[in-house]
Write a protein that binds this ligand. Structure first.
Ligand code: F6P
Length: 365
């Protein structure tokens, strides 16, 4: 492969960490150095580092031995530079955050900025593109809710962690004849609950896209009891909604949740199901376990594919895109087509049907 005139790009990770970030960083870097002889500037802590100018030239050795490492060697933050845009990045010079980013982008001599992140990150990436910066995105999130890609890295690892946790709950559920509720991440999208729930054999799966009723859940528990099953497992996404909640506008719902005595959805369900059915119930909130540790082999492969594809786009000067998976193929989608959109579980998705076919209840029948 012919070498390009030396290009320099900045790389940052933004939003919640997840397994596979380092594998993706390594993929971009190894291809960018090895095939294209580029310079790489590492930017610390997401967009915050680009606002403050916290960045450093990276060497090939920085990317060695990180394929299986969890977290991100660059650090991350949930900094959204276009939110509260009036806010000054530097009170002396009176710059806004996007202005500070643009200035640092030029100062660092970047030809392009490579961002690894989720929905919020790609929204910011598109706004920076509109400001005239060259940006390339890589989709990461355990929620798998990034529009335009069939899969984001991090999801597969989180699913494996959640499915293993469900497996472990089965023995206690069975031994004690209990209802075990496991709450997994996913505020808006239920992909993780759906996949992990099917993989772990959850009897009831509750996701934000399919509002549930306690009556339906209780009916299912009674049916299981009649069939000789004295225990059940409920897999619930943290953002699952009852039919009543689903009718409320988002602000109203948030207000209600603040007043709620239960610390999270899992505990709320425990109170309601115990009240309505009287079955002894325990709750496990899996939380950030789902984002920790080494990426699964699938995520290592996907992240490496995304990383090397991003390096190809850098070499070709094909900016303003997010690399994506379509079927088995790696493609690139214009940021303007994907920014600000969410990929939710369609209620008629084939996996919903698959789960229903093996007797799983979604709390809606
Ligand atoms: O966006 C990924 C995610 O893991 C969500 O599933 C979860 O609701 C959220 O991040 C938690 O974020 P934080 O680590 O900031 O509490």
């Amino acid at each position: 492969m012919a070498k390009s005139a030396t290009r320099t790009f900045g790389i940052l990770t933004s939003g919640g960490d997840c397994p596979g970030l380092n594998a993706a960083i390594r993929g971009v870097a190894k291809a960018a150095y090895g095939m294209y002889d580029m310079n790489i500037i590492g930017i610390s802590d997401g967009f915050r580092g680009l606002i403050t100018g916290e960045a450093h030239i990276m060497k090939p050795t920085d990317f060695s031995g990180i394929l299986t490492l969890g977290g991100t060697i660059l650090g991350t933050s949930r900094e959204k530079p276009f939110k509260n845009i009036g806010q000054m990045a530097d009170s002396k010079e009176g710059r806004t955050k996007p202005e500070a980013i643009e200035e640092n982008y030029r100062k660092l001599g970047l030809d392009c900025l490579v961002v690894l992140g989720g929905n919020g990150t790609h929204k910011t990436a598109n706004l920076l593109r509109q400001e005239g910066l060259n940006v390339i995105g890589l989709p990461k999130t355990i929620d798998n809710d990034i529009y335009g890609t069939d899969m984001s890295f991090g999801f597969h690892s989180a699913m494996q962690i959640a499915a293993e946790a469900i497996d472990r709950l089965h023995s206690t559920a069975d031994s004690h004849n209990r209802l075990m509720i496991i709450e997994v991440m996913g505020h808006r999208a239920g992909w993780l609950a759906l996949y992990a729930g099917i993989a772990g054999g959850g009897d009831i799966i509750l996701i934000p896209e399919i509002p549930y009723s306690i009556d339906s859940i209780v009916r299912h528990l009674m049916k299981r009891e009649r069939g000789g099953k004295q225990f059940s497992i409920v897999v619930v996404a943290e953002g699952a909604l009852s039919t009543g909640e689903a009718k409320l506008i988002r602000e109203e719902r948030k207000k209600r949740q603040k007043k709620n005595r239960s610390p999270s959805k899992g505990y709320e369900l425990q109170e309601e199901i115990e009240g309505a059915y009287g079955m002894e119930t325990r709750v496990t909130v899996l939380g950030h376990q789902q984002r920790g540790g080494a990426p699964s082999p699938y995520d290592r492969v996907l992240a490496t594919r995304f990383g090397t594809a991003a390096a190809d786009l850098l070499f070709c000067g094909d900016y303003g895109k997010m690399v994506a998976l379509e079927g088995n193929d790696i493609t690139a989608k214009p940021l303007e087509d994907i920014a600000g959109k969410l990929k939710l579980v369609p209620p008629n998705h084939y996996l919903i049907q698959t789960a229903r076919s093996v007797g799983t209840c979604f709390g809606d029948e």
